[in-house]
Write a protein that binds this ligand. Structure first.
Ligand code: DOR
Ligand code: ZN
Length: 361
């Protein structure tokens, strides 16, 4: 397929790129789903939808059910633009290889997600021991089904800022040695350790990178008091790690691609004792990423990262059609209101960005 041409010069007024995809998003369910879905559908043609609902999506039937809820919500919210939710299976100690293979061959599942048990929001049902996944991983390797990994160990003795690096050393490397043909995406990477590891694999392993991990470091959690809206998992790391992530996305290496990990929680659930992890970036996702690429002086590399490398890794077609970003001021919404009156605060709410996603007439 021919790739769309971006209009790029030193003084560009607009950037036209192939319609991008979000390779990692949390859409939730119920009223929250209805509130957040139009943002993702406006920005992206497809999205890999995370299965960590309160009752996780663990098999083909549940995934079909969740997909139809998403399609219903699109209709209810009058989203006319085509948007394809790509469903994922939440792996548990009980996952059946045969069900996974059926869901994948029938086009219901695009991938399966590994949450080490208790690593993050709604992950209590996650995998307690990798040995229990042997049959599942053998099957996934056989059929080419991607394994998406939340790469953090859950051992309470490991410092929270080291959990990704320890996961890579102790779990991921042995996993890849055992299943050398398994298609792996290390999700929302946050460290130079992850960048170095993925780069060293030369395409055998891919990684998604969020906009927020490119923009904030761990100081932002504590600026002028605790900032719950900058809290997510994996937690933002030191500045040198943020710099490594920026180098990765601007490297032009095809194994790094866009995944927002937009993870909405209501303000009530964030600004409370034991507030939830998750940053809601969906309303301004493309504008945030474009700002980073421009700051790095490589806006011409944005299209590959946003629209080309992801489908290539997943073995899917690049989207037809384009989106246009114009060089105009655009404020991140202060709040998104849910139909029950609760509110969600987007990442960098109220900040004025220099790019605006243009709506199609
Ligand atoms: O910060 C996060 N929030 N990280 C995750 O892995 C899950 C997500 C959520 O579902 O809220
Ligand atoms: Zn996530």
């Amino acid at each position: 397929m021919k790739v769309g041409k971006s209009i790029i010069s030193n003084n560009i007024k607009e950037l036209i790129i192939r319609r991008p995809d979000d390779w990692h998003v949390h859409l939730r369910e119920g009223l929250l789903l209805e509130a957040v879905l139009p943002f993702t559908a406006r920005q992206f043609a497809r999205a890999i939808v995370m299965p960590n609902l309160t009752e996780p999506v663990t098999n083909t039937i549940e995934a079909e059910g969740y997909r139809s809820l998403i399609l219903k919500a699109l209709a209810k919210e009058n989203v006319t633009r085509e948007f394809i939710p790509l469903m994922t299976a939440y792996l548990t100690d009980m996952t059946k290889a045969s069900d996974l293979a059926r869901g994948y061959s029938e086009g219901i599942f695009a991938a399966a997600k590994l949450y080490p048990a208790n690593s993050t929001t709604n992950s209590a049902h996650g995998v307690s021991d990798m040995a229990k996944l042997k049959a599942v991983l053998n099957k996934m390797e056989d059929i080419g089904m991607p394994l998406l990994i939340h790469g953090e160990v859950t051992d309470a003795a490991v410092d929270v800022f080291d959990r990704e690096a320890v996961f890579i050393r102790k779990i991921l490397k042995p996993l890849i040695n055992e299943y050398p043909k398994l298609k792996v995406v290390l999700e929302h990477i946050t460290t130079s350790d992850a960048v170095d590891f993925v780069s060293s694999m030369k395409g055998k392993v891919a990684a998604t990178i969020t906009a927020h991990h490119l923009i904030i470091n761990r100081n932002s959690l504590f600026q002028g008091g605790f900032q719950p809206h900058n809290y997510c998992l994996p937690v933002a790391k030191r500045e040198r790690h943020r710099m490594a992530l920026r180098k990765a996305v601007t490297s032009g290496d095809p194994w790094f691609f866009l995944g927002t990990d937009s993870a909405p929680h209501t303000i009530k659930d964030k600004e409370t004792n034991c507030g939830c992890a998750g940053i809601f970036s969906a309303p301004s996702a493309l504008e945030l990423y474009a700002t980073v690429f421009e700051e790095e002086g490589v806006i011409e590399k944005f299209e590959n990262f946003a629209s080309i490398y992801g489908p290539a890794y997943y073995g899917l077609e690049i989207n037809a059609g384009t989106v246009t970003l114009t060089r105009e001021e655009c404020m991140v919404p202060q709040r998104v209101t849910v139909a029950d009156g609760t509110e969600i605060k987007p990442f960098l709410a109220g900040k004025v960005l220099g790019w605006r996603l243009k709506d199609k007439p």
